[in-house]
Design a protein around this ligand. Sequence first.
Ligand code: SDX
Length: 423
Amino acid sequence: MATDSLTVTDNRTGETFELPITNGTVKAIDFRQMKANESDFGLMAYDPAFTNTVSCSSSVTHLDGDAGVLQYRGYPIEQLAEKSTFTEVSYLLIYGKLPTQSELDSWNSQLLELMAGEEVLKTITSDFPENAHPMGIVQATVAALGTLYPDSKDFDDDAASLEYAKRLIAQIAVLGSWAYRHGAGQPLLDAPKNASYPGAFLQMMFGEEPDPRIERALDILLILHADHEQNCSTSTVRVVGSSDADVHASVSSGIGALYGPLHGGANEAVLQMLARIETKDNVPAFIERVKDRDELLMGFGHRVYKNFDPRATIIKEAVDEVFQITGVNPLLEVAQELEKIALEDEFFVGRKLYPNVDFYSGLLYEALGIPTEMFTVMFAIGRTPGWVAQWWEMKHDKEQKIARPRQVYTGDMDLDYVDIGNR
Ligand code: SDX
């Protein structure tokens, strides 16, 4: 009779072990009992880049990569993008339920109040070189924010931690806009007294009230980026938080992970790639360079989605709507030709490489007037509620302790020191 277990025979000793299967996983620690001899430490699971490792149990976000499903606290991303707002989704991610009208009104007014910028962070931002990448500035100013609130270091004070987590969701929009304006040589602006979250951000960026349609397009983009289960940056936030580091130190580390072009930096890299290809006619030659491994098709592929990234589908629809307002970006034609060829070519189809969230988001950000070097900052602003919700969940997860993986050592051992004269 089938049972949810593995029967493992260690052929080194002939011993047999029964390992329970729970939620499609076996506990890695269950292999430790398998020893070649008494002095053996026991077996461990070898998994570079954690490609087949479950690091936690979480109820924040559900992904089904084969089916192209993404749900925040059980609500499909398609419904949230159509009917919700970024601040409502932030509340949902953190509290695990949709707010009532009064809860949402209070949440929105708290976030707007918490956008009151810290003057010392204006000074810190202004002290960066004008050509400093805004992601580097934001990573630094988020960490600096933590130095302004010493009591935020008290990991066990839940009330304080939640207040600082809320503040961070508000402040990262301020810090992002300041990083941009510093680079543009413009004065750093304070948040308006009465605006939506995306509206306040756009006013701090560009100094004027945005077109409501542009504001709504940004709201949708932020919703789509709000969380994505245990991706590289969220796992980083959890690992740093597992040492009882506060939310500022943990999220600042997540920003560092997101900075990479294989992760959050991909949206910026997509626009640079499209600009390099320049016209639709150059696409076939570029595709050949990708197949010769001389290039990566940025904005394609995903560790989990082996189907369409549902966010890419939603963003592509938003692009069409926004371009009706702003006019079409000629690079859209290059992107569409790339997508068309890639979705027919066996190299991509055989590797299940489909457009991900970054493929069209850059075109949409550019249409909203956001400069390329700010694209990954936009990703960080959108992902902050997810990082905070995951950090909060990790903080209260009785299964979790300080993250400390092991290694297979392949270096030299027991060498004798050689004096410099004899080397
Ligand atoms: C995000 O994890 C998340 O959830 C991330 C994210 C989130 O919301 O947090 O969804 C956001 O980071 C989206 C991904 C953005 N990055 C990019 O668009 C950069 C380009 N994509 C690749 O770097 C790559 O697809 C990754 C990093 C996204 C995924 O890499 P994997 O899962 O490790 O895939 P792989 O390297 O094992 O690739 C399998 C095969 C390989 O070929 P073979 O060796 O099997 O012959 O596909 C090839 C790869 O070389 N491949 C690509 C490719 N991506 C994978 N070839 C060309 N272009 C690509 N983009």
